[in-house]
Each structure stands twice: as structure tokens, then as C-alpha cells.
Write a protein that binds this ligand. Structure first.
Ligand SMILES: Nc1ncnc2c1ncn2[C@@H]1O[C@H](COP(=O)(O)OP(=O)(O)OP(=O)(O)O)[C@@H](O)[C@H]1O
Ligand SMILES: [Mg+2]
Length: 230
């Protein structure tokens, strides 16, 4: 079973003369545990494709199955549940909640899931903060952290509920090369250890070189798909 299966996916924005085909008949299968980068120039459709996989936006035609579920076909409430349970998002600009501490930011998605006791939440948050090397900063607020540290918090927040698939849109774009590399190594290590599927976008050559699979987009189409060892 593929973690993500995309079939004949097209996304158009606007209509008539101003229509833009952001995605043009995409077919792609991503297996469980893959570490895949969507590469391609600005405007090639990377963010649009991630948004479709994450059901943050709806396709014009075609379908996206995540763990065999077609999220566009289920009702809105179950869609939100599915996103909460199964997907982790990491954004270029971190998107942390400024008034919450590091600990509370990472705890937040577990609170939304409602099925964990306070003790269970504490245990999970402490464990993931240790894994991303942030235990000693648990009581700080995002404004008191460096960019690389904020992105580690965002990774911890995405992973704390052990999602099936983590989607990351240019996760290193706001970081310098040293921090960008450290974040990528961390994502790769968590991918290998937890067997969580990662799909992320990047323009960055350093990032693209370290991915195990590179799907190249251009003008909304897949123009290359390369798998590597290791
Ligand atoms: N909400 C929208 N309304 C209209 N057009 C859009 C919208 N979102 C994206 N587009 C268009 O769709 C195309 C793909 O955009 P997308 O953001 O997916 O590219 P990208 O590969 O992520 O680029 P970047 O590397 O700059 O982030 C572009 O031509 C863009 O202008
Ligand atoms: Mg983008």
C-alpha cells in the first residue's frame, strides 16, 4: 500500500483567460517510509501539490489517496480529524504560537486529539523534545529562540502524534546553510528511526542532494523522478 497515491491530479486556479494550471495531470506513488523531495523552480507547483496531499486545498480533477483514503470524498469534519490524526505539517515560517511555550506548542496537537491524559501528553512531549535536542528550552517562548531552534520545535510538533505522513514546505528556506543542514539531518534521522513518510519541497541544492527520492516539477508537471540508495 502506498502512503500517498496521486492519480491524474490537476489543479487550476481561476477560470477562463486568467486560469492557471498549477498542476497538470500528476501521477505519483510515494511508498511508506520514503524521504522524498519535490524540487523545481518557483511557480512549478510544489506548494500546490503539498496542499493537495494535505487536503488544505481541493483538486480540480483527479484524486489523492493518503493511506488509501480519498480525503476529498469525506465530509469536512472527518477531513479535519484525518488531518489531525494522520498528517504532520512543517512550514517554512515555523508557524508556532507566540504566546505558548515550546512545551505547550508541541503539546497542542495532542490536546486537539483529546484522547491522551495529561500524563501521557507530558511523556510524549518530553520524549520528542529530547529527540530534537530541545529539552532545556521547553519553557521558552518562540520569540526567545533562533530560527533553527524554532524549526526544531515545529518538527517536534509535527511528529509528536506519530503521523503517517509529514508534509514540509521548504522547511530550510529561512535557515542559514549550517542550520538548514542540521534540520535536514534531523528530519532524515527521524524518518529512518520512526519509518514516518516525509514529503517536502525545496529549491535548495544541499537539501535535494540529501533526499532519497527527487521528484522534479516544472510548469505543474513531473519532469523527473530519481531514486537513490541510502
Ligand atoms: N491561490 C492561488 N491563486 C491563483 N494562482 C495560484 C494560487 N496559488 C498558486 N498559484 C499559481 O500556481 C502556480 C504554482 O504555484 P506554487 O505556489 O505551487 O509554486 P511553488 O513551486 O511552490 O513555487 P515557490 O518555489 O515560489 O514556492 C504558480 O503559477 C502560482 O502563481
Ligand atoms: Mg511554494
Amino acid at each position: 500500500m502506498a502512503a500517498v497515491l496521486i492519480q491524474d491530479l490537476t489543479k487550476e486556479y481561476g477560470t477562463g483567460l486568467v486560469a492557471v494550471k498549477a498542476l497538470d495531470n500528476i501521477n505519483l506513488a510515494v511508498e511508506k517510509g520514503e524521504f522524498t523531495v519535490l524540487a523545481g523552480p518557483s511557480g512549478s507547483g510544489k506548494t500546490t501539490l503539498l496542499n493537495m496531499i494535505g487536503s488544505l486545498d481541493t483538486p480540480t480533477s483527479g484524486q489523492v489517496l493518503v493511506h488509501e483514503i480519498d480525503i476529498a470524498k469525506i465530509d469536512n469534519r472527518r477531513q479535519a480529524d484525518f488531518r489531525r490524526e494522520r498528517l504532520g505539517f512543517i512550514f517554512q515560517s515555523y508557524n508556532l504560537i507566540p504566546v505558548l511555550t515550546v512545551f505547550e506548542n508541541v503539546e497542542f496537537p495532542l490536546t486537539l486529539l483529546k484522547r491522551f491524559s495529561k500524563d501521557e501528553r507530558d511523556e510524549k512531549v518530553h520524549r520528542i523534545l529530547a529527540e530534537v535536542g530541545l529539552e532545556s528550552l521547553a519553557h521558552r517562548r518562540p520569540g526567545e529562540l533562533s530560527g533553527g531552534q524554532q524549526q526544531r520545535v515545529a518538527i517536534a510538533r509535527a511528529l509528536v502524534k506519530e503521523p503517517a505522513v509529514v508534509l514540509a514546505d521548504e522547511p530550510t528556506a529561512n535557515l542559514d546553510s549550517v542550520n538548514g543542514e542540521a534540520i535536514l539531518d534531523l528530519m532524515k534521522e527521524l524518518n529512518q528511526r520512526k519509518k514516518i513518510t516525509f514529503i517536502f519541497s525545496s529549491h535548495d541544492r544541499m537539501v535535494i542532494e540529501r533526499a532519497r527520492r527527487v521528484v522534479r516539477l516544472k510548469d505543474g508537471r513531473i519532469e523527473g523522478d530519481e531514486k537513490r540508495a541510502g
